[in-house]
Ligand binder design. Structure first.
Ligand SMILES: [Zn+2]
Length: 384
């Protein structure tokens, strides 16, 4: 049996990297991009740092500066309309996961026929993605989602009734333009939520029941960087070393998750549409319950996670695995993140629906210990 993997993303990294945008667009042959961003970035001045160099070089562009949080079919179709009417030939996505995933969906639908639901990864839809796509520059303003460097997009679709993952090698952005300066203004709660998400991407990849030794290396590095820099970045948003470290941690998580994700993401995915939780915050709240569920099945990986986070090595693997869970809980307590689902507004009566949707979400299939609906329900309850 063979396995397929690659690390193809071109990354330009460094403070002030965003000033290179005009030259990078020329390199990609993009003459009129569709710029996608959200309201907060447009009003907070981050957008101006991206459009400023475009104006200086007289590059015209179309823009949507209020991209919906968590893309839906409707928001994607709206963006596609602006792309087509604007005569655009590529996408520049500025922000976290929502502008990135909207940009990827626009690339997909501008080069492939609808409906979007037919490309659902859970139905092996990736095999239908065969045509070349228009170029895309992804400029992250959070350090978490990893969407700037991975092949996935997540969109809520009425046809599937859930957050739907679409995945294809050709959806990897043409360039990730990573400028840590853009994250300096991110508020502590968002730094914490997105940073925990980055760490979870690496952790779930590390314990996933799949073969991808290169991803394992990336995952270890990503976890180590989160252990060093996440709490620091939350406590002092201007800490340059911590901000740069977290941006690399997000890239490492993105590379690692090509191996697989796991039940933290199956549990977190419905928490956003059903209960309104931010994705990163959702992963942070349920993470310890999933680690505890995996204590036997993934003890060596959990032990490694503890060491990567700074725990001193210990003789017993089982003991080291337990310490890793405590280490994650302690980290979370240092950050403005709720420690229980009930504190995040989740109601007990929502568990049946959450469990049903979590089980439909295919991420948990890579977990070293199989997850039945009853297991997922227990993990929700343990996190409540
Ligand atoms: Zn995630």
């Amino acid at each position: 049996m063979t396995e397929e993997f690659s690390y193809p993303t071109r990354i330009v990294f460094g403070e002030g990297a965003v000033r290179e945008l005009p030259e990078q667009l020329a390199r990609l042959g993009m003459k009129r991009p569709l710029v996608l961003t959200d309201r907060g970035l447009a009003s907070g001045g981050v957008l101006a740092r991206v459009t400023g160099p475009l104006h200086e070089e007289r590059i015209s562009y179309a823009i949507i500066d209020d991209v919906a949080v968590d893309p839906t079919l409707e928001s994607v179709e709206f963006a596609l309309g602006v792309y087509r009417q604007g005569g655009c030939d590529g996408v520049v996505s500025l922000g976290g996961g929502s502008p990135m995933d909207t940009g990827k969906a626009v690339r997909l639908l501008s080069s492939h026929p609808p409906p979007l639901a037919q490309y659902d990864w859970a139905r092996d839809g990736g095999r239908l993605i065969t045509h070349p796509m228009p170029p895309m520059v992804a400029i992250p303003t959070t350090a978490g989602t990893g969407s700037e460097a991975n092949r996935n997009l997540v969109v809520s679709l009425p046809e599937t009734g859930r957050k739907t993952i679409i995945s294809s090698q050709s959806m990897v952005p043409s360039l990730a333009l990573c400028d840590p300066e853009l994250t300096y203004g991110m508020p502590p709660w968002l730094t914490a939520g997105t940073g925990m998400d980055a760490m979870v991407h690496s952790m779930e990849a590390l314990w996933a029941n799949r073969f991808h030794p290169l991803a394992d290396g990336m995952a270890r590095k990503g976890i180590e960087l989160c252990g060093k820099f996440l709490v620091r970045a939350v406590k002092d948003g201007q800490d340059r070393e911590a901000r740069a470290g977290m941006m690399i941690a997000a890239l490492a998580g993105a590379a690692a998750m090509q191996k697989a994700l796991g039940p933290v993401h199956s549990l977190a995915h419905p928490l956003t549409p059903v209960c309104g939780l931010h994705h990163g915050v959702a992963t942070a709240v349920v993470l310890p319950a999933v680690m505890e569920f995996n204590l036997d099945a993934a003890a060596p990986q959990l032990a490694e996670i503890g060491v990567a986070l700074g725990e001193p090595p210990c003789g017993s693997v089982d003991e080291a695995a337990k310490r890793a869970v405590e280490r994650v809980r302690a980290m979370r307590q240092e950050m403005p993140i709720p420690s229980r689902l009930r504190d995040a507004g989740v109601k007990e009566c929502q568990f049946p629906l959450l469990t049903e949707k979590a089980f439909q979400d295919t991420c948990h299939l890579a977990n070293p210990r199989p997850c039945a609906p009853a297991d997922l329900d227990l993990m929700f309850r343990a996190s409540w």
